[in-house]
Design a protein around this ligand. Structure first.
Ligand code: NCD
Ligand code: ZN
Ligand code: ZN
Length: 343
């Protein structure tokens, strides 16, 4: 196939950041996605309805002229989150709340320690119909970084899912066969997002021939058997898996650093790279479900009514993007060829 037209997709997990950066990140996503779930890990984090509303206003103001892009806002759970925060968030149109185990990832120092303490909050989310989005990694320093997702499943995920059978839970940016199997063996109120990097790469792409800081994200890339398991699950067309780029920009100097930041800025190539993966797998017919239907259906939101066409045409991701504040950022897949292009 040389061309494919799909219902306009949505991105069910990304990081826009804030301030000047929105002038870069919002147009990059609005070029092809109708909606996006906006992660709340700002500094300070988006912990209540008021902050979410203000942040939404700044995102809307950064949309390109004529764009109808809609940000879907999320709350950042902390040990101080109350059931009233959940009620207020629902009223303000917030669609989900994000659970970051403390210290798991970028700007998560203020997040949750002792997940059971949040059970009354999960109870209220279940009642209000707010989704629970989970960064599923344990953070204990003795646990090997490559095992952190797998161990999170037994220690937390399975318990949360069992305790709240009506709560919709998204296991975000899954990276292992264990996470894929967990979702497949769960009821329909459990789903997962998968990033382009975890479908395209494995840990060799991070570590062989020198450290590749621009392929470093969390959860960290795993061995190729896990990459293959994720590819298999998207190729199956299962409705429990959908597109979430986890596009997560960091300035070039912060990535190319003795202590480099985690996150891949994929907004400029993610949809094209997913298409490439589905093409490689011989399942382009499954792309629309993954990119445009499964997420909206899971969130209980209408599917988009417009279309988008991709053509099989090679192009090269730029080596660098300049931020509004003049800083450089190296996009995911920089300098590499992508097989598909938005028409
Ligand atoms: C994300 C970020 O930079 O905010 N980084 C990442 O490596 N994925 C945080 C996250 O999604 O865990
Ligand atoms: Zn995360
Ligand atoms: Zn993320």
């Amino acid at each position: 196939m040389q061309q494919i037209t799909i219902t306009t997709p949505d991105d069910w997990h990304l990081h826009f950041r804030d301030g000047d950066m929105l002038g870069e990140t919002v147009p990059a996503t609005a070029r092809c996605f109708a909606r996006a779930i906006v992660m709340p890990n700002l500094v300070p984090p988006v912990v209540n309805a008021k902050l979410a509303n203000e942040y939404k206003g700044r995102i809307l103001a950064a949309r390109p002229q004529g764009s109808n892009f809609q940000p879907l806002m999320t709350l950042y759970l902390t040990n101080q989150t109350s059931t009233q925060d959940i009620i207020d968030a629902k009223q303000a149109g917030v669609v989900a709340a994000k659970l970051y185990p403390a210290g798991a990832t970028t700007n998560s120092a203020q997040a949750v320690s002792g997940i059971e303490a949040l059970y009354p909050v999960f109870e209220e989310m279940q009642k209000q119909g707010l989704l629970l989005l989970v960064h599923g990694e344990v953070t204990e320093s003795h646990v090997d970084i490559f095992d952190r997702e797998k161990i999170f499943i037994d220690q937390y995920m399975a318990k949360i899912v069992q305790a709240f059978p009506e709560l919709k839970v998204v296991f975000e940016h899954i990276t292992t066969s264990e996470a894929a199997d967990f979702v497949l063996s769960s009821a329909n109120n459990v789903a997962a997002t998968i990033t382009p990097q975890h479908l395209l790469l494995n840990r060799n792409d991070l570590l062989v021939g020198g450290v590749k800081p621009h392929n470093y994200c969390l959860p960290v890339l795993k061995r190729s058997t896990h990459q293959q398991a994720l590819r298999k699950v998207v190729a199956s067309g299962s409705k429990q898996f959908f597109l979430g780029t986890d596009s997560a920009p960091h300035a070039k100097h912060a990535k190319e650093n003795a202590c480099g930041c985690a996150g891949c800025y994929s907004a400029w190539s993610a949809l094209e790279l997913y298409t490439q993966v589905f093409d490689e797998l011989g399942v382009l017919d499954k792309l629309e479900g993954f990119a445009s239907f499964h997420g909206a259906d899971f969130y209980g939101l209408p599917r988009n009514s417009s279309n988008l066409t991709l053509v099989k045409q090679s192009w090269t991701v730029p080596d660098s993007v300049t931020l509004p504040n003049g800083e450089a950022i190296v996009p995911f897949f920089a300098g590499q060829t992508v097989d598909w292009k938005i028409a």
